[in-house]
Design a binder for this molecule. Structure first.
Ligand code: ADP
Ligand code: MG
Length: 260
């Protein structure tokens, strides 16, 4: 019999999740001769947390950047909430605002305060009034545990604090989906947990998330699905339970054995 604290079974997940939110169809991308994304088909449902893992150079960052159109694709389509992402133009700016992105390097504006970092996008792009943006920013900074740092500049904060500000800044745009590209890789070990904890609570609150990470503990705890990439291809997709206990492909087995 299922224990109340067991992770939800696949059937319960199916009920919790909504319809398709991020849909990639037959996406291909080259850098010169290098075929970095090969026939990528991927659907992320509303409320789903997908963890993308794979060896260095397998195309994980390029995949994230393509979803945000920071990187043009050669063929295929990418749509967010039913709308195909155009390559450029005003619609792109609007659709891109639906996708929050957090990178390995925190990318905060160095010359602005923490508060300004979080209010800037919403006032410029979402048209929020100053006092509304400020209230929202303080709520978000509270949520990620750095409200008491609001008047400081990024360099005065630890890496873990800066990364939590980066998460708050992305959330301030009210994205439909959050992309995380190795958000804890540049952090000292003692700061990794505080960032993963914020991400775990976001996941529990129902945020749709695509997370590239080597933090297998997070994948086991928070992911609905693990996607394993190698050499530009999606090699395997499974629940974390299946993937970690019984990987099907030799490439995944090899990758997992090297992590231990
Ligand atoms: P991952 O994030 O899985 O480590 P990336 O998506 O960063 O992989 O890179 C996939 C491949 O594409 C790598 O071989 C990398 O060297 C190459 N690559 C990434 N960005 C560029 C670029 N701007 N120009 C040329 N090659 C690139
Ligand atoms: Mg990468």
């Amino acid at each position: 019999m299922a224990h109340p604290h067991d992770p939800p079974a696949a059937t319960e997940n199916a009920e919790r999740l909504g319809g398709p939110l991020v849909v990639l169809t037959d996406v291909n991308k080259h850098f010169g001769e290098l075929h970095v994304l090969k026939d990528i088909d991927m659907t992320v449902r509303r409320g789903e947390v997908v963890v993308v893992i794979g060896p260095s150079g397998s195309g994980k960052s390029t995949l994230c950047r393509a979803i945000n159109r920071l990187e043009p694709i050669d063929s295929g389509t990418i749509s967010i909430d039913g709308k195909e992402l155009p390559a450029e133009g005003k619609d792109l700016a609007r659709l891109r605002a639906d996708v929050g992105m957090v990178f390995q390097s925190f990318n905060l504006f160095a010359h602005k305060t923490i508060l300004e970092n979080v209010t800037l996008g919403p006032t410029k792009v979402r048209g929020l009034k100053g006092h509304e943006a400020k209230k929202q920013a303080m709520d978000l900074l509270e949520r990620v545990g750095v409200a008491n740092q609001a008047g400081k500049h990024p360099a005065q904060l630890s890496g873990g604090q800066q990364q939590r500000v980066a998460i708050a800044r992305a959330l301030a745009m009210r994205p439909k989906v959050m992309l995380f590209d190795e958000p804890t890789s540049a952090l000292d070990p003692e700061m990794i947990t505080e960032v993963l904890d914020v991400m775990t609570s976001l996941a529990r609150e129902g945020m749709t998330m695509i997370v590239v990470t080597h933090e297998m503990g997070f994948a086991r705890k928070a992911a609905d699905r693990v996607i394993f990439m190698d050499a530009g291809q999606i090699v395997e997709e499974a629940t974390p339970e299946e993937f970690f206990t019984n990987p099907r492909s030799e490439r995944a087995k090899d990758f997992l054995s090297k992590l231990l």
